[in-house]
Design a protein around this ligand. Structure first.
Ligand code: GLN
Length: 492
């Protein structure tokens, strides 16, 4: 099998056995990128090939033929471009960070680097993670490898597209309201949003700090567990990171069935607006889980209907505060001609931010302004608690929940860009888990008639990623949706 087709696990095994060298890995991936990147446009910045080849050569020289290596050694990993990487530009998909090269790396990146992985490049995203299609990137959209006229989802669309198009073996994404899970579903790959606090946010450029999480986007569920093993853990540099023991998540796969697990199906997630093809694919996936020994229960999460509204108040409020720091003084871009300091701030922000970011700053500032704070922000916080309580209640009766990831398969480029409300509704099924801070995985469970991937979502109790992963892996082993790969063809 061609190297770039390997899963992370397969590539690790081949490298550990000495069947393939680090130099061969780097060459194979750059060759692949050379063939498909001009169509997919997954990356904003590629790392320097020659520098990586010398890093690879040094690794090969240091290792003997039979080797025990660190799991991520020589693995080509892509990083979403809102995660800081020392010495590599980090743009957040925004003009305002033009020319910014962070002086340090995120803890998640350091963890990968400590095992000598290759940071192959920085992937495209909606500006500051605000969007569901990557069309709000200042660098132009990425494309869906399954159909180049469709979006790859967002905001981690570049990472999902890069994994689906074999331009990296695995990637980091970030998820604030669905940005790992939704693009993973659009591109037919696996995306895991860990419990809030499970993975350090240090070095993740903040969008909405009470919701943001880093997580892996991978070719299968096994790979998601391998990545989480490296990423998870307490970090004293992130005060919201949780001091919880980190298990070896691959141990969850010892059991290959879901016997003794009770799976809830929330009625509100299968209501109006759900595409029939998605409904059927998730229905069939539930039947598989039942055959594997799971017990299926209908449950209700009554506040689902107000989750999107709640999210767009909380997230925009936090964004308006977090993005106040981009003033043309501290980071990146500064407007050239400005008569005085205040004008410099104003013109820098006017020229530096795109329309969606501006919309959110205005919405968030409004929600936080005195006179409206109680009516909007305080109310949204109260509703957020109710949403969390919905989950606490159902998780007394069930171990997991299964839902769709997105109401439809990937949509066409340009289809929703003029209609922000339609764009916001793409996150209908992912937002609740973000507001509640619980872990959730998206994995492929079908293909539409037009040949576009469909994803299902499995949600679990806080810090029970192992249970989520176990069910997802059992499903994966019983089906072969995750093995289907796109044919990247021009004009499709
Ligand atoms: N699409 C959602 C938004 O625009 C979620 C984004 C994300 O998770 N970063 O806010």
């Amino acid at each position: 099998m061609s190297l770039v087709k390997c899963t992370l696990k397969e590539l690790q095994d081949r490298f550990t056995r000495g069947d393939v060298s680090a130099v061969e890995i780097v060459r194979a991936y750059f060759l692949r990128i050379g063939v498909v990147e001009s169509k997919v446009k997954a990356y904003i910045t590629l790392n320097d090939k020659e520098a990586m080849l010398s890093q690879a050569q040094a690794l090969d020289d240091a290792l003997s033929a039979w080797r025990r290596t660190e799991p991520m050694m020589a693995m080509p990993i892509a990083i979403k471009d809102n995660i800081c990487t020392e010495g590599l530009p980090t743009t957040c998909g925004s003009r305002i960070l033009g020319g910014f090269s962070p002086p340090y790396s995120a803890t998640a990146v350091d963890a990968l680097r400590a095992q000598q992985c290759f940071l192959i490049g920085k992937t495209n995203l909606d500006e500051f993670g605000m969007g569901s299609s990557t069309e709000y990137s200042a660098f132009g959209p990425s494309r869906n490898p399954w159909k180049l006229s469709c979006v790859p989802g967002g905001s981690s669309g570049g990472s999902a597209a890069a994994v689906a198009a074999d331009e990296c073996v695995a990637a980091l994404g970030t998820d604030t309201g669905g940005s790992i899970r939704q693009p993973a579903a659009c591109c037919g790959v696996v995306g895991l949003k860990p419990t809030y606090g499970r993975v350090s946010r240090y070095g993740l450029i903040a969008f909405a700090s009470s919701l943001d999480q880093i997580g892996p986007i991978t070719k299968d569920v096994m790979d998601a567990a391998l990545m989480l093993n490296v990423l998870a853990g307490h970090d004293p540099r992130d005060s919201t990171s949780a001091d919880k023991p980190v298990p070896d998540f691959t141990r969850a796969f010892k059991k290959k069935d879901v016997k003794k697990l009770t799976i809830g199906v929330p009625l509100e997630f299968f209501a109006e607006g759900l595409d029939p093809e998605v409904n059927d694919a998730v229905g069939e996936a539930l039947a598989v889980l039942e055959e594997l020994g799971g017990t299926i229960h209908e449950v209700s999460l009554p506040h689902t209907g107000v989750a999107v509204a709640t999210y767009y108040i909380v997230a925009t409020a936090e964004a308006s505060s977090n993005l106040a720091r981009y003033d043309g003084v501290k980071y990146g871009f500064r407007a050239k001609e400005s008569p005085d300091l205040l004008e410099m701030y104003r013109i820098t922000r006017q020229e530096g931010f795109g329309p969606e970011v501006k919309r959110r700053i205005m919405l968030g500032t409004y929600a936080l302004s005195s006179g409206y704070y109680d009516a909007y922000y305080a109310k949204a916080q109260a509703v957020r608690t109710l949403i969390r309580q919905d989950f606490d209640r159902v998780f007394q009766d069930v171990d997991l929940l299964v839902t769709p990831v997105m109401p439809t398969p990937a949509f066409q480029l340009g289809e929703k860009i003029e209609d922000p409300l339609q764009m916001y509704l793409s996150d209908l099924y992912t937002i609740s888990a973000s507001l509640a801070g619980i872990p959730a995985i998206s994995l492929p469970c079908g293909l539409s008639r037009k040949g576009l991937p469909i994803g299902m979502q499995i949600l679990g109790r806080p810090f029970e990623e192992d249970v989520v992963l176990r069910a997802a892996r059992a499903y994966e082993l019983a089906t072969d949706w995750h093995k289907k790969r796109p044919l990247i063809r021009q004009g499709r």
